[in-house]
Design a protein around this ligand. Sequence first.
Ligand SMILES: Nc1ncnc2c1ncn2[C@@H]1O[C@H](COP(=O)(O)OP(=O)(O)O)[C@@H](O)[C@H]1O
Ligand SMILES: [Mg+2]
Length: 258
Amino acid sequence: MRLTAAESPDFADLALAVQLRGLSYYFGQGDLRKQVLFDIDLDLPTGQIVIMTGPSGSGKTTLLTLIGALRSAYQGSLRVLGQELVGLGDRQRVQIRRNIGFIFQAHNLFESLTAAQNVEMAVELLGDFDTKRAKAVKVLTQLGLADRVSYKPEALSGGQKQRVAIARALVNQPRLILADEPTAALDKKSGRDVVTLMQKLAKEQQRTILMVTHDNRILDVADRIIDLVDGRLESDQSFDSFGQSHDPQSRDRRTLIL
Ligand SMILES: Nc1ncnc2c1ncn2[C@@H]1O[C@H](COP(=O)(O)OP(=O)(O)O)[C@@H](O)[C@H]1O
Ligand SMILES: [Mg+2]
């Protein structure tokens, strides 16, 4: 059975896109076993855009890949789009991933394919060959790349390549979008364009977005900012209160090591 967002009416009225309870995670085995996430509780309501900050090595990418069903969780509870991922088999994790869009810092585009073909590949994963071209062109157009669909990555700017990667993440209309430092390689204007677009999606289409960023120029798009330090959730607050507690005079250096 194929499970896509469109075919699964349950997702539409799911109050929580993500719910973590007591989630811990370890790398390695035996003497080398090292805990990187500690007893994390987190709710991401549908339609929220949540930014995760925290020092390098604090476990942000690990947490994102667990939520994205890219690695298996063993301890605690990890519910994503209504499905418990702890204890889930590989095949079922692949099914869940079809409803999640990933945007990584390194855009991972295929250099030998055009912008449109890179996006079409994501549509093919759902077995949809007839409409892939139209879907790819539509989303690239929404991202301001209508005149670049036939260009290969080498002929695109950094910002344009990142937008192609975003188009690829969004083309199947995933309910949940996970982004790992999506603006890190972008200049100020491109970075702003990218997050403004993601904010629009969250608000207009009830997408849930969890975005890791070190970029304090874009924190204002968040409904909420969570802070992961040494594998523990240290704070969780709205952007307004984050702004107050992080005003320039009393800036907390630890949470804003950016
Ligand atoms: N594949 C891996 N094997 C072993 N340790 C890892 C692996 N990936 C990450 N780690 C370790 O887990 C911790 C968290 O890493 P990561 O999730 O990448 O942090 P962040 O994204 O916040 O920089 C770090 O100590 C890192 O060295
Ligand atoms: Mg990381």
